[in-house]
Design a protein around this ligand. Structure first.
Ligand code: SAM
Length: 293
């Protein structure tokens, strides 16, 4: 059956049977897909909504009322990726820990090649709804098992995203992954988000998001002002380090956030989204080299 033609009215919803970090893909799906039901939606993702309706899971019971957070995050990641594709329409996109993200359906990229890297149980759920094809390749392995890098073509510019992933790793694991990408995919871009320390600590004590759902531990926490020196200590000579502004689209926080953001000590307690670019190698044939010379 083509998953592109799922009819949610006639299908029996399927139970995902996920636990631990893979279950968190349902949290982000809940927030992203629920935007479809709002008149003031910031993201309209029909594919996400279709998948959401096809899953038998108590989304509100686990994650509470939906909010804009993950839709806004996806919107930001989309904007960044679109900029890359404008310059590199045939680029290579690698989504680490992609879960049930449906970014490829939101972005028109007929010449690009997409790689999804996620744990085997997560890829199995994804493939109930989204099939790989020659331009959309699924790799079942941990992002920390760098065998996925072997599959990435090195003759085209590479753009890696990690939405809602690195917080589930130990800092040493994130560091080793950055070093490996820097060595093996020189010139690659990487967009990722991070949590502040206080929130990471909260999850280590067992953060009960609702009565029936405790989030998995998120051991990697780093405050905003610590991130640049930390990443630069791992990778000297980064081509770019660019924090991306997260805007609150509605509600009281839309007005409060800019005020709080203006207070450095408060600002530094926030998480964030960051785009980096690793330096291109000196190889004359390096596809990323022309971007930044
Ligand atoms: C919070 S969800 C985010 C999913 C998706 N990026 C999104 O924003 O909707 C975390 C994702 O990370 C994946 N994940 C957890 N550990 C992983 C690992 N070691 N390697 C690759 N993916 C992993 C989970 O399976 C899940 O899909």
């Amino acid at each position: 059956m083509s998953t592109d033609t799922i009819n949610t009215n006639t299908m029996t919803p399927e139970s995902p049977n996920l636990t631990g970090v893979p279950e968190t893909m349902l949290w982000t799906l809940h927030n992203r897909a629920s935007e479809m039901l709002r008149d003031d939606a910031i993201l309209k993702d029909e594919k996400a909504y279709e998948i959401y309706r096809s899953i038998d899971y108590d989304f509100e019971g686990s994650f509470g009322k939906p909010d804009f957070s993950h839709a806004m995050r996806s919107l930001i990641f989309d904007q960044e990726l679109k900029k890359f594709l404008q310059t590199h329409p045939n680029g290579v996109i690698v989504n680490l820990g992609e879960g049930l993200e449906t970014q490829r359906f939101r972005i028109n990229s007929p010449e690009a090649t997409w790689f999804t890297v996620d744990l085997p149980e997560s890829i199995a759920i994804r493939e109930r709804f989204i099939q790989p094809d020659e331009n959309h390749i699924h790799i079942s392995c941990s992002a920390l098992d760098t065998q996925w890098i072997d599959a990435i073509p090195t003759d085209r510019p590479v753009y890696i995203t990690a939405q809602g992933l690195f917080m589930y790793f130990q800092e040493q694991e994130v560091k080793e992954l950055f070093i490996e990408i820097n060595q093996r995919l020189p010139g690659a871009c990487l967009a990722f988000d991070n949590l502040p320390r206080w929130m990471s600590k909260k999850t280590l004590k067992g953060w009960k998001k609702t009565e029936s759902y405790t989030t998995p531990p998120m051991p990697w926490g780093v405050n905003r002002d610590e991130l640049k020196p930390l990443v630069e200590s791992w990778i000297p000579g980064l081509q770019e380090f660019r924090p991306i502004k997260f805007t609150v689209p509605r509600g009281i926080w839309r007005y409060l956030m800019p005020i709080l953001e203006a207070i450095p000590v408060v600002k530094n307690f926030g998480g964030g989204i960051t785009a980096i670019q690793f330096a291109a190698s000196e190889r004359p044939d390096n596809p990323a080299k022309t971007d930044i010379d």
